[in-house]
Design a protein around this ligand. Structure first.
Ligand code: ADP
Ligand code: NA
Ligand code: NA
Length: 247
């Protein structure tokens, strides 16, 4: 699956590029859905909506989605697909766009990043809970739940609009989620879980695989850097050095 990271925010796009330079399956677009070249998409594309818990498409990137697919009538259709149940933050809902599909985009992967856009969520005193975890979990949820037949997944900045998550926090979390998603090819599920745990600010040796030391050595992961990893201070290359995932 190709991932297209798209945002009108230039600073965010350049941070994504820096973090994912050698990733062949990720491409970048500064702009919006309307100006995304059709040939980047293939036939089965999906777009992530960093939405709210009720499926309104009234602001931020959701508003761009609403206008792109058909305005207020489209929002009505979309809310009906979201259904009668409140969607907790981070829960993925796949909406098949059916006859509303446009330019090869056939699905919306709806991930609420907030219950309702009443206030800024990011708090510089609690950046892990209100920034890194929130964005990583949203990105992870999108990657894991996107239907298998999707060839390209379009993802805007998550949390960088109404939520007020700084570009650097968002890009670090999205970059690491993408790296971990593709890391299934080069490491055990258990070691990948250990790395994710540390990124999110947890270290519980009871969840470590028996062979983690050998596996870390093979991948060039420094055990001391792993042990003391602090997402606010350290680059994600402290968890997984560059060079393994340039597929
Ligand atoms: P959140 O509620 O998660 O903060 P927003 O939808 O408010 O989500 O913003 C998410 C991202 O979408 C931001 O980085 C913002 O720059 C980007 N964005 C908003 N509108 C557009 C648009 N029309 N085209 C491209 N990017 C957009
Ligand atoms: Na949102
Ligand atoms: Na939004």
């Amino acid at each position: 699956m190709q991932v297209i990271l798209l945002d009108k925010n230039k600073a965010l796009v350049s941070l994504w590029k820096k973090g994912l330079e050698s990733f062949k399956y990720v491409s970048f677009h500064t702009g919006t859905l309307e100006d995304l070249p059709r040939e980047m998409l293939g036939t089965n594309a999906a777009v992530v909506s960093p939405g709210n818990s009720f499926g309104f498409l009234g602001g931020g990137f959701d508003l761009a989605i609403q206008s792109f697919f058909g305005g207020k009538d489209f929002e009505k259709f979309f809310k009906k697909q979201i259904g009668q149940f409140y969607k907790p933050v981070g829960e993925a809902t796949i909406v098949d766009l059916d006859h509303w599909a446009r330019n090869g985009i056939r699905y919306i992967v709806h991930i609420p990043t907030v219950v309702a856009p009443t206030r800024k969520i990011f708090d510089a005193e609690r950046p892990i809970e209100t920034g890194y975890q929130l964005v990583f979990n949203a990105m992870w949820s999108a990657l894991v739940h996107t239907p298998k037949e999707v060839e390209s997944l379009i993802v805007p900045g998550l949390g960088t609009g109404y939520l007020g998550v700084p570009e650097a926090v968002c890009s670090k979390s999205m970059v690491f989620a993408l790296k971990m998603f593709s890391a299934g090819k080069i490491m055990s599920v258990e070691l990948r879980n250990v790395l994710i745990m540390h990124f999110l600010g947890f270290r519980y040796e009871g969840f470590f695989p028996a062979t983690y030391k050998e596996e870390c050595a093979k991948l060039g992961i420094d055990l001391d850097k792993l042990k003391h990893f602090d997402v606010c201070e350290h680059p994600v290359t402290n968890l997984l050095p560059n060079g393994h995932l340039s597929i």
